[in-house]
Design a protein around this ligand. Structure first.
Ligand code: ZN
Length: 198
């Protein structure tokens, strides 16, 4: 016997999440059906349908934010000569909460695969270069300590080399193979203060 069609549709939606497989998706939908009341399901559906309208991407730093002016770009106390390059919006929020990075941000959107340069388009290099041209003196790469993070840092270093900037990368405080979002605040702050020059 097959699952009901509506059940199946929701399962395949959950299944799109990274790291959530078919079995987990089924468990989530069963949980919803057996434990959530209709109000909770309604709220979930409202939250989903409002996501696109309620979240925008800053045209300068590309962080997911609520509204313009961007809280990360428009803060007068930020050092506009210092730019931190990260893979995703969640890294911007993570670094911001440490209160230890005084500069501005740029979100790449993805990391490069070490074997080819897939992902270059989503980084929007023209926008990054334009950003760097607007008075940036130091760029810090806050990227995962992984093959992808290394490939991305190497690619960006080459691309930005003609602009004669100071470039650095987060220090070894970030364990090899660890994503930035799993790193605790103490480790992240040590990595930020002990960054090494490229
Ligand atoms: Zn911004």
């Amino acid at each position: 016997v097959k699952y009901p069609l509506a059940f199946e549709r929701l399962v395949s939606c959950f299944n799109r999440f990274q790291g959530i497989g078919r079995k987990t998706s089924e468990r989530l939908v069963f949980d919803m059906l057996s434990r959530w009341d209709s109000e909770a399901i309604e709220e979930f559906s409202h939250a989903l349908s409002g996501l696109r309208q309620g979240v925008m991407t800053c045209p300068e730093c590309r962080t997911h934010i609520e509204t313009l002016p961007c809280p990360f770009c428009s803060d007068e106390r930020k050092n506009a000569k210092l730019l931190c390059v990260v893979a995703s919006s969640k890294d911007v929020y993570a670094i911001d909460t440490t209160n230890l990075f005084p500069g501005t941000f740029y979100v790449l959107g993805s990391l490069l695969s070490p074997l080819d340069e897939r992902g270059v388009d989503s980084m929007d290099m023209p926008l990054l270069k334009k950003r760097v041209h607007s008075g940036i003196e130091e760029v810090i790469f806050a990227l995962d300590s992984s093959l992808e993070g290394d490939a991305t840092a190497a690619y960006l270093r080459n691309e930005l080399a003609p602009l004669s900037l100071k470039m650095s990368r987060l220090a070894t405080g970030v364990p090899v193979g660890t994503s930035l979002d799993f790193v605790d605040r103490g480790t992240l702050s040590r990595a930020l203060s002990g960054r090494y020059q490229l």
